[in-house]
Write a protein that binds this ligand. Structure first.
Ligand SMILES: [Zn+2]
Length: 153
């Protein structure tokens, strides 16, 4: 059995993902975490009715800005790696393509903030990851014809 760990929450506001500082609890759809900015945009912010209430997340429980865990995989990074690489190879290839894009985006962000050394390293990582993507595409080309065919006995 996995032990229940403290789960850090991140904002569920559209495209936000900042550490959550508020949580809205509703009777029918459960808990929704929000950062300060997104919470205050909600029409029912800090209201209490029979079906919902808001709670400020205590400072010591607010998630770090840079995550140290992946939601639903707290303390299970190795399991996450296994699950990603247990997918069909075309999907693993896609994972690396998306990772390369994400790293490139982060590089652009750091470049814009004047962090040029970090931006260069991230661009290098993006380019290495793109190579990974191409390698897995090659693996997929090799394996695709055999997928779904019955094994020879
Ligand atoms: Zn937010």
């Amino acid at each position: 059995m996995r032990t229940k760990k403290l789960v850090h929450l991140y904002c569920s506001g559209q495209g936000c993902d900042k550490p959550a500082t508020w949580a809205r609890f509703t009777q029918y759809s459960g808990k929704h975490p929000f950062c300060d900015v997104c919470a205050k945009k909600e029409i029912d912010f800090n209201k209490e009715t029979d079906n919902l209430y808001w709670e400020k997340i205590p400072a010591k429980r607010v998630a770090p800005i840079h995550r140290i865990e992946v939601e639903h995989y707290e303390g299970e990074l190795e399991l996450l790696v296994r699950r990603i690489h247990g997918m069909r190879y075309d999907k693993v290839a896609e994972f690396y393509l998306l990772t390369a894009r994400e790293l490139h985006k982060q590089a652009e962000g750091d470049e814009a903030k004047g962090r040029t050394v970090l931006a260069d390293i991230l661009r290098g990582a993006a380019s290495t990851t793109l190579r990974q993507h191409q390698m897995f595409k090659g693996v997929w080309r090799l394996c695709k014809p055999h997928i779904g065919k019955p094994k020879k006995s």
